[in-house]
Design a protein around this ligand. Structure first.
Ligand code: ACM
Ligand code: ZN
Length: 660
């Protein structure tokens, strides 16, 4: 029986190979088709309410579909299950309105299959968000998380605090990058309009916000399509816009000075509770996201109110001040029948167990959250951040950094570091996050979302036990064609270049496997960018487009610091050329060196410069890799390679000292 089932299953994936995404759990096919007119399924009132809240059981989405000569038969315990069945039927239906005979027994692997859109860094109109809901729903994504507030703009009407939208939702530049960095021709960081806000009615004000009426409309629109809207209101950090509109909520009470609320002030708690009251009024979602990430806590250590609060709490740890605020908000939400979600910085043992942690840094934080008894949603930057480059960065529009291809996203193994029991009990699901610092237009949002979010839709629904990337890629490519034909600007997978060719096979050269000694004043970063450690520069392995791929070695280039490594060839050899690839990616402050200097020696003590290559430092929008080389014939045993940092400081990233 078991064997037969698998034969049927694989037959099914072949027959439906181009059609179903996400792939259903169990499919059995037979020859033949029957005519079928897809009909929209409306949720009944109870189910619609459950979807608005987003706390329905996973089984509510299950359905069985039987397609025979007699027609189409759908079995489901809920109208949401029938909606999911109708979405599968829509995908099965061919151009002539026929569906193949089959039996599909289906249910999601995870209850949370989310997408996050950052509408703060760039604002997108309601009509566009609705369009994305239509697309996401088709792939059975069931949560849309809106990042509604951040330094770049507050996006939700709050009636009690009108300046959040009349002022903090507008800025002098449409482009986040210009707003954040200042205009080059106006002095860059000295541009007087840099990171400023504006009144809504001032000429040139860019930005926008959603009225509460619009957001209610969005909640309904999404619920009808099986999607819950999850609002996020950032606290205590990422709040420059609030603290400029209402400076009394910051430690120093000065506008344009603080990113973090003052957690020592009663006014902060009052404000946040009042805001969350209106948020809960508009969004029925059981889960309310309060951010909680990246608080620098810069002013807390010297603020008398914060210091007083820490004394009351009996702590000298600033993190405890943050967790006091988060725990307070968690209790407040719980009192209103809701549950707090926060980014993984919220983890602390004092939170209510009714807390969900959205993991973004790495898997260790999932383990930490689970061991503290909290549920988790997994959206690690390594696999789920859709603001990274999806293809060769030198051929892509500027992005945040990284190299997060469709294959990389599909390679995500949710909760791979947890025990099966922990996974079962605490992992609610997966989410793809699209931060929009470098995503200024609607077309660009679609380009970054699709097809990568489809990989997470597939993992979220089908799980990971039957993963098959080549088969998935074929289905995703078919979806890309369909999306593009329907006016969705998906990245065209047929143009995909992939990783640097240099990564495909190790390079052979004279220094391969030779010992490398680093100058004491030029150490590599040992926490994240050590690559293979001391052997990395001669292991033959070249780096790819991801500077965190374990092949690039990273050096912080301060004024004094430099790349300075000496290779011992073992014996005196004839050399003709020494070369090293360096990466430049300005977003994360990775720059080419200014000077690449090669010296040689036979005793390892007395070196003679063989040659150098100079490159003027320059900021570029397009990341790239450049080979620095010195071509000069010599006989030597020791080769010393030095690289001086750019005029911007930042990092140097090198992958191999190649000697020919
Ligand atoms: C985050 O990326 N700071 C959640
Ligand atoms: Zn304070």
């Amino acid at each position: 029986m078991r064997k037969l089932f698998f034969i049927a299953f694989f037959a099914a994936t072949n027959a439906f190979g181009q059609q179903l995404l996400p792939l259903p759990q169990q499919v059995k096919t037979e020859r033949g088709t029957v005519e079928y007119t897809p009909a929209a399924v409306a949720l009944d009132a109870n189910m619609a309410e459950a979807v608005r809240r987003g706390d329905y059981p996973q089984s509510a989405e299950a359905y069985t579909l039987r397609i025979t000569a007699d027609g189409v038969q759908v079995e489901a315990a809920t109208s949401l299950g029938r909606l999911r069945a109708s979405q599968t039927l829509e995908q099965l239906s061919d151009a002539k309105g026929r569906v193949p005979y089959c039996t599909i027994d289906d249910a999601p692997a995870y209850s949370w299959r989310g997408a996050m859109l950052d509408v703060s860094r760039h604002f997108f109109p309601l009509s566009f968000v609705k369009k994305q809901i239509d697309v996401l729903s088709y792939y059975k994504v069931n949560r849309l998380h809106l990042h509604l507030t951040d330094a770049a703009g507050w996006r939700m009407e709050i009636k009690r605090y009108p300046r959040l939208t009349s002022f903090a939702a507008f800025r002098p530049f449409d482009s986040w990058k210009t707003w954040w960095n200042g205009r080059e021709d106006h002095g860059g960081i000295n541009d007087p309009l840099r990171r400023k806000y504006m009144n809504e009615d001032e000429p040139g004000a860019c930005g926008g916000y959603y009225t509460q009426q619009e957001l209610r409309e969005l909640v309904e629109y999404a619920a009808e399509r099986g999607i819950t809207i999850i609002p996020e209101i950032e606290m205590p950090a990422h709040s420059e816009e609030v603290l400029t509109a209402y400076p009394e909520l910051s430690c120093t009470h000065e506008p344009y000075k603080q990113a973090d609320f003052c957690p020592g002030s009663v006014a902060t708690y009052d404000f946040l509770e009042h805001v969350l009251e209106e948020v809960m009024d508009v969004f029925p979602s059981y889960y309310i996201h309060v951010g909680g990430d990246e608080a620098a806590k810069a002013s807390w250590g010297t603020c008398p109110r914060c210091q007083q609060k820490m004394q009351e709490l009996g702590t000298d740890n600033l993190h405890k001040l943050q967790s006091h605020l988060i725990a307070h908000m968690g209790r407040f939400l719980e009192k209103h029948g809701r549950q707090l979600i926060g980014w993984d910085e919220i983890i602390d043992e004092n939170l209510s167990k009714n807390t969900t942690v959205m993991v973004w840094r790495n898997a260790d934080f999932a383990a930490d959250a689970v061991r503290n008894g909290y549920d988790v949603i997994l959206s690690p930057g390594s696999h789920c951040y859709l603001d990274g480059y999806q293809d060769a960065p030198n051929k892509q529009p500027e992005a945040m950094g990284g190299f997060t291809t469709l294959e990389k996203v599909y390679g995500f193994e949710p909760g791979g570091n947890l025990s099966p029991a922990e996974r079962q009990k605490h992992v609610k699901g997966v989410q793809g996050n699209l931060w929009t610092e470098y995503v200024p237009t609607e077309e660009h949002v679609e380009y970054m979302l699709y097809p990568r979010i489809l990989a997470l839709a597939e993992i979220g629904w089908n799980g990971t036990s039957t993963k098959d990337y080549p088969a998935f890629r074929k289905r995703a490519a078919a979806e890309v064609e369909r999306l593009r034909a329907n006016g969705v600007n998906a990245f065209d997978l047929s143009t995909e270049i992939g990783n640097r060719r240099e990564t495909l096979s190790p390079i052979k050269h004279l220094a391969r496997g030779c010992k490398v000694t680093y100058a004491a004043e030029a150490p590599y970063n040992t926490t994240a960018y050590a690559a293979a450690g001391d052997v990395s520069m001669t292991d033959g392995l070249r780096g790819g487009w991801n500077y965190g791929d374990g092949r690039w070695q990273g050096f912080i280039g301060g004024k004094e610091a430099r790349f300075d490594a000496t290779v011992d060839l073992g014996t005196v050899k004839t050399i003709k050329m020494v070369q090293t690839d360096f990466m430049q990616m300005c977003g994360p402050e990775i720059f080419y060196p200014q000077d690449y200097i090669v010296s040689v020696s036979n005793d390892g003590v007395n070196f003679k410069e063989l040659g150098r290559m100079h490159r003027d430092s320059e900021r570029t929008d397009v990341p790239d890799v450049t080979t620095f080389s010195v071509k000069q014939k010599a006989r030597a045993r020791y080769i010393r390679v030095q690289a001086t940092p750019s005029t911007f400081g930042g990092w140097l990233f090198a992958d191999e000292i190649v000697v020919k």
